[in-house]
Design a protein around this ligand. Sequence first.
Ligand code: AOF
Ligand code: ZN
Length: 365
Amino acid sequence: MEDKIRYMRRALELAEQGRGWTSPNPMVGCVVVKEGRIISEDYHHRCGEFHAERNALTYCAEDPADADLYVTLEPCCHYGKTPPCTDIIIEKKIRHVYVGAMDSNPLVAGKGVQILRDHGIPVETGILAEECRRQNEVFFHYMEKNRPFGVMKYAMTLDGKIACAGGDSRWVTGEAARRHVHELRGYYRSIMAGIGTVLADDPMLNCRIPGRRNPVRVVCDSRLRLPLESRLVQTAGEIPVIAACAAAGWDPEKKRALEAAGVTVIVTGGEEMTDLAELMQELHRREIDSVLMEGGGRMHAAALAAGIVDKVYAYIAPKMVGGADAPSPVEGAGIRKMADAAALHDVEILRLGEDWCLSGYLSHK
Ligand code: AOF
Ligand code: ZN
């Protein structure tokens, strides 16, 4: 394998270690190579902390002057929560910079590379660019589309039910699949459920893998029915809770009580239902780069109709429960023509114990 591919692969691997902790920043990895030896490597650990390049260049085994630097994302050139990476690259006299993907952040986009070149440092871009963009699909979507990356998740039986007719759903899938869901909860920045699900299950909507970050919990609750004694409200002080309601149809007293309990209430312009597109804008404004939508079927139907779903994870258990009244993953009125179905592309299938996870992307016209 060509050296630069090998080093960029290593940088991607390092970047991956930040998964779940960098949002709304990207995951970035960096490798410093001198005379064919890696003299330093690091990654962006957490949003607010130093970037990959600065970490790698600050703690080098030897002087990085004349070394080559490999980084999965174009080095930044702006003062954000941290100083520009271009400064330290120039200061440490790096000989050559190899970049994976270009940064879409308008504060950087192309300017980072330009500054390095203006200082006489040759820069080669586009090394494993596709992998680098894929690793940060959330970040690029958040920057380029100006709304959070929307992910719909559900677990269903082989006959397309998310629970039995009577409502029992413990459990549709086995342990491996359920653990996989918690990986997603630890990675995406927020989790969203409908008030129906919350009233029925009183869920925590947290990530139960130790050492992972918990998602902000968002409830689509048009009439603010979220009970003050629910586990969500009771734990709002530790893990944020947002209740998103419609323009009217709720009690102002209840809104005050929820807020006093630490819940953030977002009022959207929806007449009867929460306006999901508007809610997405509001979450984006709060630097929430991704939303994991965990149903139920009514909310999923509304999310599809609002065009806010970008990726789908469907967990499929090889068993059948039947029942015309058993709930399914997407309800609502549905569409009339099969040709108009929301079709996934770039589909992947993963085996998880007895179950399967099918994931793919939705494009919007
Ligand atoms: C890099 N290397 O490791 C990262 C970069 O507020 P700040 O200072 O953390 O800046 C955040 C922006 O910096 C983020 O939106 C993205 O454009 C870039 N992230 N850049 O050179 C890194 N994490
Ligand atoms: Zn930087």
